[in-house]
Design a protein around this ligand. Sequence first.
Ligand code: CO
Length: 134
Amino acid sequence: MIGRLNHVAIVVPNLSAASAIYAETLGADVSAPEDLASHGVTVVFVNLPNTKIELLHPFGDASPIAGFLEKNPAGGMHHICYEVDDIEAASAQMVATGARVLGDGKPTIGAHGKPVLFLHPKDFCGTLVELEQA
Ligand code: CO
């Protein structure tokens, strides 16, 4: 069912320091920071030949990643995102296999304007998984 790795998201305590690590130390193509107010994050995209890394920092008072940063003050890997062709079919397959979809189980519009689901880390090897209809 899953296809390409769309992105790996890393929460960082300092976006400009993290951008410099990727741009200068690792020599990657790094975007300017973008505030995604409705998602409560500021994101920097690291564009790699085969996928993207998203450097995330909390934006606003009710950021969904604020708690993660409190528990992981140095930052850390937050989730991985796989592409699927059909998000409704993916949701049905999760329900059929007993894997837990976070929230009410219905797809929401993700940070890239496409339908996404988040899957419970305990059902996926300790990793928060995002499925995105690409
Ligand atoms: Co994501």
